[in-house]
Write a protein that binds this ligand. Structure first.
Ligand SMILES: Cc1cc2nc3c(=O)[nH]c(=O)nc-3n(C[C@H](O)[C@H](O)[C@H](O)COP(=O)(O)OP(=O)(O)OC[C@H]3O[C@@H](n4cnc5c(N)ncnc54)[C@H](O)[C@@H]3O)c2cc1C
Length: 645
């Protein structure tokens, strides 16, 4: 089949054992910050990254706005009020612990990144005098110019700066290695985490990592519903290699998850249907504040939360009368009235009123600073926009003072998706955590998008640093426990199996991913029913029993892709089990059941927890606000950090 020579030495089955005090899985934003804070605590740190740490992950190619920086000197909102708003905005279904950490420590991390060489203020005075700029600090703000909690930043400079800091601190970085499983004490599911295993994506070498504590920073699942074998790199919003390996690893090790029944209608992805995020006309996030016009050039009005039409561009950036502040950004699914910001009137309503499709995003009439900050600063610094959108559109002649960009969806969606096309976008489920950001497994800490109800750069940086501190404290007292040979051998058997199958009769990773996504669209779409969900589980079980053993990988790269799809299958099973466990429709979880049953209101305020214990699925309930008073508990667990400031 293959008529080229693999360019790297093949090391199938070859084994290497590495040890560390603190093992960090994933070199994205959370992983880099976790490794930096553990190394600063004097620990021997090992960081495992599937790609190249310098630019990998969702934040590797950039970030144009840093949310929830409640302690920045210009902020008009306290960390307590902001975290409370984030909880209320999601009907309580949010991670109070991690978002309080974000609100309380996010700005500290931004200052850290600045010291490492990242650009966080308008030092070149490019935007002097702009309404969104603070003249004394030169910090720049997005969305709500009054509350000033979200900063516009030059995110393309961040990841390289963190990478230099990791090197300076002597963190051992292993790039191009996929973490494949967690090692547990005596090989027992649910036992203390004592390390992990890995596979080199170029040579196929097997790694065993032994550590006193481990930090999970492998982002969130993707490609569950959305997959296009023709556009594999464009299937989802997050990068191709972030598919939820960490969730699958945690599940196999017995960790507890929550909110895994939550998914939202696809918004921002490609999968053959959509245009590149931020590259089509919209007025959200990076493009917030842009005007939207119809085919005849008529502007779609912006209105505040009370429906009051806003007549000036300035008002798009201000809260409504009597509103203390509004929330905008990547984590707002169904805005609560209290925190709802200015928005264009619904497109469908405008069409009914005679506005003509298509609509376009139009920067031509915006004040010069607003246009310049969207096109050229935000678009350019945002993830995946520097080359694909900013540079390529510029080369093609796009001039934002003269041209407009067509909208293909509504709101910020980059296409009109089908109802069964869903996504883990915004604040999806993930690992359950305590106040130390420890998972339900001893020795395993979690940060960034791996946590339940997590999202955003500042959140990943803040929780990464926080998990790094607490995992270091744990490592100070924890033993270095030898790994279980049987557990390591089992994993070797699992991961190398696809190299030993017959390629002439085998399937590849794309076919398997396609089958899983089709199954999830058919049986776990917009409206859930027990019968459908159970058929979905059976279908996935069939794949596991009959298709997985027939898959083949020709080389280490394909093996990584295939193992990812095995993980996608595992995550899909977690999702189906979680959906079965949730019996009623919950708007805050975008969870709709066609066979919703009557139950006590109390259950509607409960998180569903889920884990696997041997072959049994164990579900439980816990109150959404199990974490208690945020400020009090945070301060109880972080004396040293507070003292060090
Ligand atoms: C296009 C885009 C634009 C965004 N813009 C913004 C923004 O402007 N503001 C904002 O606040 N947020 C933004 N976000 C979200 C933000 O980037 C993420 O929330 C943040 O990066 C999460 O950090 P993380 O460390 O959890 O995950 P990531 O930064 O994605 O890091 C995860 C890392 O794990 C690695 N990995 C995955 N699986 C394995 C494995 N098995 N073994 C080893 N390594 C593995 C990946 O390669 C990656 O490096 C954006 C996201 C995207 C995709």
């Amino acid at each position: 089949m293959q008529n080229f020579t693999w360019p790297y030495p093949l090391e199938w089955q070859k084994e290497e054992v590495l040890t560390a005090d603190v093992l960090v899985l994933g070199g994205g934003i959370a992983g880099c910050m976790a490794a930096i804070s553990a190394a600063r605590k004097g620990k021997k740190v090992l960081l495992i990254e599937k790609g190249a740490t310098e630019m990998s992950g969702a934040g590797g190619s950039g970030c144009d706005h840093w949310e929830s920086a409640a302690t920045n000197p210009c902020s008009g909102v306290t960390p307590e009020d902001l975290a409370a708003a984030m909880l209320e905005d999601n009907g309580g279904f949010n991670n109070g612990i991690s978002h309080y950490i974000e609100c309380r420590e996010g700005y500290d991390r931004l200052l850290d990144i600045e010291k490492m060489g990242g650009k966080i203020r308008d030092t070149d005075d490019e935007f002097r005098g702009a309404a969104f700029r603070d003249e004394s600090t030169k910090l720049m703000f997005a969305y709500d110019y009054k509350s000033r909690i979200t900063l516009r930043v030059w995110g393309t400079t961040f990841k390289p700066a963190m990478y230099r800091e990791l090197k300076r601190l002597g963190v051992k970085i292993l790039d191009r290695v996929m973490a494949t499983s967690l090692l547990t004490e005596n090989g027992h599911r649910g036992g203390r985490c004592i390390g992990a295993t890995g596979l080199h994506a170029r040579t196929g070498r097997f790694f065993i990592f032994s550590a006193r504590s481990t930090i999970m920073c492998l982002s969130r699942p993707a490609r569950i519903w959305l997959f296009s074998s023709d556009h594999t790199g464009l299937c989802e919003f997050r990068p191709t290699q972030c598919v939820g390996d960490g969730h699958a690893m945690g599940w196999r090790a017995g960790a507890e998850f929550t909110m895994m029944e939550k998914s939202v209608g696809a918004q921002f992805s490609a999968a053959g249907r959509s245009y590149p995020p931020y590259g089509a006309g919209n007025n959200h996030n990076t493009w917030y504040g842009a005007s939207i016009i119809d085919a005849e050039g008529r502007e779609i009005p912006y209105a505040d939360r009370d429906g009051k039409i806003l007549n000036s561009v300035e008002e798009r950036f201000l809260p409504a009368d009597g509103q203390p502040f509004f929330l905008k950004g990547g984590s707002v699914d169904n805005p609560d009235y209290r925190y709802d910001g200015p928005e264009t009137l619904p497109y469908s309503k405008m069409v009914e009123q005679g506005y003509k499709l298509p609509f376009y995003a139009d920067l031509t009439e915006l004040p010069e600073n607003e246009r310049k900050v969207i096109w050229g600063m935000m678009v350019g610094e945002e993830g995946k926009t520097r080359v694909p959108v900013y540079e390529n559109y510029k080369k093609a002649g796009f001039d934002p003072s003269r041209h407009v960009l067509q909208c293909y969806g509504t709101g910020w969606t980059s296409a009109s998706f089908l109802p069964q096309e869903r996504q883990l976008f915004g604040l999806p489920g993930g690992f359950l955590n305590d106040w130390k950001l420890k998972s339900s497994i001893d020795g395993l800490y979690v940060a960034g998008d791996s946590l339940y109800a997590s999202n955003c750069y500042g959140h990943a940086a803040a929780t990464g640093h926080y998990a790094g501190r607490h995992a270091s404290d744990y490592a100070t007292i924890a033993e270095m426990t030898p790994f279980d040979r049987k557990q390591a051998d089992e994993e070797k058997r699992r991961i190398y199996a696809p190299v030993q199958t017959n390629p002439d009769t085998a399937l590849g990773w794309k076919e398997l991913n396609m089958g899983i996504s089709k199954t999830m669209q058919n049986y776990c779409g917009e409206i859930k029913r027990d019968e459908l969900l159970k058929i979905g589980l059976l279908r996935l079980q069939e794949y596991e029993n009959n298709i997985l053993p027939k898959t083949h990988a020709f080389n280490p790269h394909e093996l990584v892709r295939l193992l990812e799809v095995f993980d996608i299958l595992t995550v899909s099973q977690i999702i189906l089990h979680s959906c079965i466990a949730r019996k009623t429709s919950i708007k805050a979880l975008s969870f709709e059941r066609g066979d919703s049953i009557e139950c006590s209101n109390e259950e509607d305020r409960m998180l569903i927890t889920i884990k696997k214990d041997n072959d049994k699925i164990i579900t439980g309930f816990m109150p959404v606000d199990f974490f208690g008073d945020l400020k009090e508990n945070y301060e109880r667990h972080n004396h040293d950090y507070i003292k060090s400031k």
